[in-house]
Design a protein around this ligand. Sequence first.
Ligand code: GLC
Length: 429
Amino acid sequence: MPARRRRLAQSVAATVVAGVMLAGCGNQPASNSTEAPAAAAADPKSAEGAKGNVTLCGGKDASGIHKNTTAAFNKANPGMTAKYTEIGSTTDESRTQAVQRLEGKSTECDIFMTDVIWTAEFASQGWLLDQTELIDGIKDRLIPSTTESAKYDGKYWATPFYTNAGLIYYQKDKVAKPETWQQLYEEAAKAPGNGLVYQGKQYEGLTVNFLELLYSAGGEVLDDAGEVVVDNDTTRKVLEFMAGGIKNGSADRAVLTYSEDPTRLAYESGNFGYQRNWPHVYRLLNATKMAGTFGVAPLPSFDGSSKASGVLGGWNFSISAHSTNPGAAVAYINFATSPDWQKHVAMDNSQAPVNEAAYSDPDVVAKMPFAAELLDSVKGAKPRPVSPVYPQISQAINKNVYAVLSGEATADEATKRMAEEIETAKATF
Ligand code: GLC
């Protein structure tokens, strides 16, 4: 049995025992069965009368959304106290921190904020409570792709909090609203202050930035049957395009060190024309002297020949199988995903709600004028490959994209290596 799968079987068995005792729910491991027993489930009724502390663990709260949500929850629920603990500044760091705690069966975090790409891995390891009953009660009002991101093996392992789709911020006085990536790169190279900033550091953000161009150019990493199909001319074309942009100055070379926050801060210097980033940047940028000077556009198409497509991002609430207060965790999730609080997600933090009705609410549109375009972007965004070994697949992508951008490999070498390393990653599960 491969090491990972063995670990999975052991971990699921351990989780069921712990989860049943702690969550106090009735799932019993099937006796005399050779199958791994079902993981314990979060009980929707456990929120009634819940009290005590609930700790959420997640990435850096750059937009302030968790600060606002915990404060509002605590005000509305005098018997409970929610606290947000930051465990990493990029999604990669937060995952490492979360995995360490989950493998060590730590009870520190009741809820982990899980990136949409972690569901398969975390669920298959038996680290989470099954949230199928919770989701079944609310999924009719949520954007389908967001609940889909919480699904693995026919069950829901998380409840989506906010979704995400990449946007282009552009300086209206310097550059045009982009229709194609080619036009954006051309405009960006015209004058020193027109350049593009994006997430080019070697981490998940670079995987996303690359896939946004690849998907828009009609490319893919895995096909519907899960076969690796990345070794082709579309991939080479996109890699050459991105590397050319760094060489000719369309994109500042410093992007090779940027994750989301450094990208935003660089753009706030006023020295750039375009920024690729997520919707939360809208509110933060509006709080600077740049308020009123920038436009927000959906991601462009690749060269006009295929439809623009983004990559679906977003963060979900997962309840740790080792939570000592799953009732309060469920209460928190109910609060944060309620139609009313979902409006605040957009109005106060310019994050993309998962509750679809929020996008056409007049209060939301007043604060977030691009709400309709954002909903279109979210609905048009494609998921990243779904796999329990996604982190390794992504590393194979961002490592090789980075090698081309930094001039260490040709597009052809990197494409071949990317495909080989994705095959190797897949073979480990
Ligand atoms: C955002 C997205 C997340 C993505 C990450 C990449 O946090 O919501 O899905 O993986 O950016 O840096």
